[in-house]
Design a protein around this ligand. Structure first.
Ligand SMILES: [Zn+2]
Length: 536
């Protein structure tokens, strides 16, 4: 076996005989699973669910499977004696895949709860809180309440990744969030298929590739933790085991040699294996790699002392509160909170339809000219409205207080246009003076407002207002020399325009900006004629 073969095995796979798919509590796999939970020091947890296009806040997705990768403390009392299971002697990792569609919640809830709160088992996950909520919800929806309220001690792979990378020259910022696939690629040099991650997890039976992906997803958590443990061990932050097993002596010798150990830790796992192999061609290391290059790391024994040290220093807790159980709250407070939220949602939905009369309505003695105030979130819309001749103001300050916005709208009889739902919820303004803009693109927003307020736009209104400040133009057009004088060097007027006789310039009465009918003007005219459907 040459070194090329090792590095070409880039897809992370758990050998089949180590993965156990469990669909019945009466199966031998289930028996092995319960045994493994009682003989593990570290477990990697992950779950899969069917990605849904229509996920909303009313339902949590239903989990398809829960994967548990167990790192066993000892194989001495391994319970199953058939040929298949004896194969696992070469590794002390077992991966269980729990079929949540067929296992009764009552059969797995207690073993899982005991595992989640056992102080003797470190739980590893990747942003597992969400999985835990979905798991609880999936089990509960099948009948009685099966909520898990705690996972402790727990370590998140995202945090471990940060700890691993921050001292090794990697540019990882505290709040940077990477996917598990990216982390695996970076640390282990292995590829987790995105395609499989998004495959149909609701189908049965699951494909072989789905099962091996699911198993790898959980086992890679153990691999990354091993890497972290090696780093701490190398840096002398945790003590070395007093009775190392013979099978890993080669690796350990390398890791405690300062210069080489440092080098190995700087590289993705596959390359590191190559490096070790090329220097220390030990029969033991070779035989392990011949079967599964990744079980090399897996075989590192965990001393209970060093593990508890890590837990003491880095251990976290996942706690689920009552409010996490939304949408099925049981407490009075949660129910009230949900009631308020539902009420707000209904109110917001109703708010989509603006109802008059408009504050400029002429039948109430007003001038009949539409006037808007565009919140900072829809500032682009203000320029669009001005372009079609509509009076559209913006707040006086860059970061206006809600009170200032409301005062301005009332004082100037404007309708406030906003996408800020918090502002709308305050209901300080009457219903006819606020409008929630639904579109994101400014051209769509313009058409939305024109239609919602039934604005009549004529062609001579287009580009009749200062886009910069919402001001009106001085009624009489300027000649070229007047325009140059008015610009006062603040604005460059193209020479070629000045040579043309009778070319007209228009000046804003408020900000003195000068406009002329150049190429930009004609393009803009065409654009707004189309948006306002004036040519139909
Ligand atoms: Zn202006």
């Amino acid at each position: 076996m040459d070194s090329n073969q090792v590095s070409s095995q880039n897809c992370f796979q758990v050998p089949n005989q180590e993965t156990h798919f469990i669909s019945s509590p009466d199966s031998s796999e289930f028996f092995l699973f319960i045994w493994a939970l009682n003989h593990s020091s570290i477990v990697g947890l992950d779950s899969e669910w069917k990605p849904s296009q229509t996920q909303n806040s009313h339902n949590f997705p239903k989990l398809s499977i829960l994967q548990i990768a167990c790192k066993l403390t000892s194989f001495s009392e391994f319970p199953l004696e058939d040929d298949n299971s004896r194969e696992t002697d070469k590794s002390n990792c077992l991966v269980f895949i729990l079929d949540l569609f067929s296992l009764p919640p009552s059969s797995i809830w207690k073993p899982l709860r005991d595992l989640f709160i056992s102080p003797n088992v470190l739980k590893l996950g990747f942003k597992f809180k969400q999985d835990l909520i979905y798991l609880s919800s999936s089990l509960t929806s099948q009948g009685s309440e099966y909520w898990f309220d705690k996972v402790e001690p727990y370590m998140d792979i995202a945090n471990i990744y940060h700890l691993l990378r921050k001292n090794h020259g990697g540019k990882v910022r505290a709040k940077e969030s990477k996917s598990l696939a990216t982390i695996c690629e970076d640390l282990l040099g292995v590829h987790l298929s995105k395609e499989l991650q998004c495959s149909d997890w609701a189908c049965r039976p699951l494909g072989e590739d789905q099962i091996s992906y699911a198993a790898a997803d959980a086992q890679c958590l153990l691999e990354i933790f091993n890497m972290f443990q090696s780093k701490l061990r190398y840096e002398g932050l945790i003590c070395l085991e007093s009775h190392p097993s013979t099978s890993i002596r080669g690796l350990k010798e390398i890791l405690i040699k300062k210069d080489l150990g440092q080098n190995v830790l700087m590289h993705p796992f596959c390359q590191a294996v190559d490096m070790i192999k090329s220097i220390y061609l030990q029969p033991v290391v070779q035989s392990v790699m011949a079967t599964n290059s990744f079980s090399l790391h897996c075989n590192t024994p965990v001393s209970s002392d060093s593990l508890s040290e890590i837990v003491k220093r880095y251990g976290e807790t996942i706690s689920l509160k009552v409010c996490d159980r939304f949408p099925k709250p049981s407490g009075r407070k949660a129910r009230r909170r949900r009631g308020v939220k539902k009420c707000e949602e209904e109110w917001m939905e109703n708010f989509c339809d603006w109802q008059g009369p408009a504050p400029w309505d002429s039948s109430a003695g007003n001038d009949g000219c539409p006037k808007f105030l565009c919140d900072v979130m829809v500032e682009g819309l203000a320029k669009q409205l001005r372009s079609v001749g509509i009076d559209a103001a913006v707040p006086f300050s860059k970061r206006p207080e809600p009170r200032q916005l409301i005062d301005q709208a009332i004082k100037e009889k404007r309708v406030l246009l906003t996408r800020d739902t918090k502002l709308l919820r305050r209901q300080y303004l009457s219903r006819n003076q606020m409008y929630r803009v639904k579109n994101l693109a400014k051209d769509d927003q313009l058409l939305e407002v024109i239609e919602a307020f039934d604005l009549k736009i004529s062609e001579d209104q287009l580009l009749s207002r200062c886009i910069k400040c919402n001001g009106r133009f001085i009624p009489r057009p300027l000649t070229g020399s007047e325009a140059v004088a008015a610009a006062k060097g603040m604005q460059a007027i193209p020479e070629c325009l000045l040579l043309q006789q009778d070319y007209e310039f228009w000046q804003c009465a408020d900000c003195n900006q000068i406009y002329w009918e150049g190429v930009q003007y004609h393009n803009a005219m065409q654009k707004f004629i189309t948006i306002c459907k004036l040519n139909e």
